[in-house]
Write a protein that binds this ligand. Structure first.
Ligand code: PPE
Length: 306
């Protein structure tokens, strides 16, 4: 599906027309994957438009850049304000927000340090991530034959363009084989995450999710769901999860900005629980969607656009 165009894109401090937001083919990012980005959602609630956990997303962006010895030439406050302005200038009530920082055009060669840091913020409308009905009925997934990188190869805590080549392999393999998504194991063979989402497993009333050290992105939806689950009175364990625990789980669900909270109904064609979204998944979904869809925000997680 082609991107649904909006009017303006914020590029290095200025608004440019969607069609003019271009870079040179010899930009460093194109050759070596030198980019850091975020995915954020703005929701249309009855109380007005609101961005979910904007501050946490922006902090993660600055952290991603720092890991690579680079620096964003704007303060976090400036860039946060620019996100809000980009939503407003495009007159969108709800949208997906993609701030992206990259090494631009100057010289080539692996050393990135002389190339400029360019900053872009784009917004567009992005609906269901894992297909229609996924959030209601759940998705069928497989365990990927591709693993997440070992900890001393690529830093997976950084949300970096290059990391998504690994995600692309996981995703393509799953789609070609008739699944909605793939679950990658980490380099030791423990459950890690999906190509673009974190994973939670429910077994005997306890909620489990993989450790940060298993090659996962530290998801903002993940920490939000951990908080919601604890407040609902559930025990949450961040721990190593063996592959077979997926098969005997009572419930499984994915979390992520694009995917929100999507139940998993089968793994490797093995039915999870009754093959329909479980009770605990539902109760967490209910709180999450009450925040983002209805604007009922006991946690102060929403930034109002007006
Ligand atoms: N793991 C990965 C690898 C990942 O890309 C995401 C977000 C998550 C976990 C969940 O993180 P969070 O959004 O902070 O809860 N993936 C983004 C990009 C997806 C894409 O296809 O592009 C997203 O969901 O916006």
């Amino acid at each position: 599906m082609p991107l649904p165009k909006v009017e303006k894109i914020w590029m290095n401090g200025k608004f440019v027309n969607w069609d003019d937001a271009k870079i040179h083919v010899l930009s460093h990012v194109i050759h070596y994957g030198t980019s850091w980005f975020e995915g954020i959602r703005c929701y249309d609630t009855p109380k007005g438009s609101a961005v979910f956990r904007l501050d946490e997303h922006m902090k993660r962006l600055y952290d991603s850049v720092k890991i690579y010895r680079a620096e964003i030439p704007y303060t976090i406050e400036e860039l946060t304000q620019a996100v809000i302005e980009t939503i407003k200038v495009n007159k969108l009530k709800q949208c997906y927000i993609r701030p992206i920082v990259f090494r631009g055009y100057y010289e080539l060669g692996v050393n990135p340090m002389n190339c400029p840091i360019d900053v872009v913020i784009a917004v567009w409308e992005w609906g269901e991530y894992l297909g229609k009905e996924a959030i209601e009925k759940g998705v069928d997934v497989r365990v990927s034959s591709w693993r997440r990188p070992a900890p001393d190869t690529l830093p997976m805590m950084a949300k970096v363009g290059a990391n998504y080549m690994n995600s692309q392999l996981i995703k393509m393999e799953a789609l070609v084989d008739g699944y909605a998504e793939g679950i990658a194991l980490d380099y030791n063979g423990f459950v890690s995450e999906g190509s673009g989402e974190n994973i939670f497993i429910v077994k005997d009333g306890v909620i489990y999710t993989p450790l940060i050290s298993t090659g996962i992105l530290p998801g903002i939806t993940r920490i939000s769901v951990i908080q919601i689950s604890k407040d609902l009175g559930y025990e949450v364990k961040e721990t190593l999860i063996p592959r077979e625990m997926l098969y005997i789980a009572d419930e499984i669900f994915f979390t992520g900005t694009a995917t929100e909270i999507t139940p998993v109904r089968s793994v490797d064609r093995i039915k999870i629980g009754c093959g329909v979204p479980g009770k605990i998944t539902r109760s967490i979904q209910n709180i999450f969607y009450d925040i983002v869809k209805n604007g009922n925000d006991p946690y102060g997680w929403l930034t109002w656009v007006k």
